[in-house]
Design a protein around this ligand. Structure first.
Ligand code: PNS
Length: 166
């Protein structure tokens, strides 16, 4: 059975992430979305919120039989091993992603040679898109509907209302 891990901070999930989830889920028998909890950068959304958003999106897209969402702490390769995964899935948007992604993939491969990284090039329509762009737009009350799955739009706005940003 081929199991893939799609790791990230997903703060919050974007349509670019969803596109990769859909494409990656066709390549493997099971895709585990790994939501990192111990990231050094501070997230706007709690890990529970990020996991919940992903679960809504998985449900809305009828991917529940193939895709599950888990949070993890520590090293990605340890999480991947615990999930019996043989692949790590990452998206590449532009050349600016490349250095970091190459380093990550090579380090992970050095740590656990049985686990390989597969890259999906982001579709052209999402190549500019990032969670930080979404956060910036939402924090000023701008329109994020074309950037994130519809089922999370209101919750993103609610978060910024709750923290008094809009
Ligand atoms: O969505 P992101 O923030 O680009 O995802 C980064 C992520 C989660 C893939 C990366 O930070 C990660 O794997 N962190 C876990 C710690 C780890 O294993 N680091 C790589 C070895 S140095």
């Amino acid at each position: 059975m081929k199991i893939g891990i799609y790791p990230g901070s997903f703060d919050p999930i974007t349509l670019g992430h969803l596109d990769i989830i859909i494409r990656a889920s066709k390549l493997v028998d099971h895709l585990v979305i790994g939501v990192l909890t111990n990231i050094s950068k501070k997230t706007i959304f709690t890990v529970e919120e990020r996991v919940q958003f992903l679960n809504w999106v998985i449900k809305e897209n009828n991917l529940e039989s193939k895709v599950k969402v888990e949070s993890f702490n520590g090293l990605l390769v340890d999480f991947a091993k615990a999930q019996n995964a043989s692949f790590i899935v990452r998206g590449l948007r532009a050349v600016t992603d490349f250095d970091y992604e190459l380093q990550l993939a090579q380090t992970n491969h050095k740590l656990v040679p049985e686990i390989d990284t597969i890259f999906f090039t982001t579709r052209l329509e999402y190549s500019y898109l990032s969670s930080s762009t979404v956060r910036e737009i939402a924090s000023f009350g701008g329109d994020i509907k074309q950037f994130v799955p519809e089922c999370i739009v209101q919750s993103v706005y609610d978060k910024y209302k709750a923290i008094g940003s809009v």
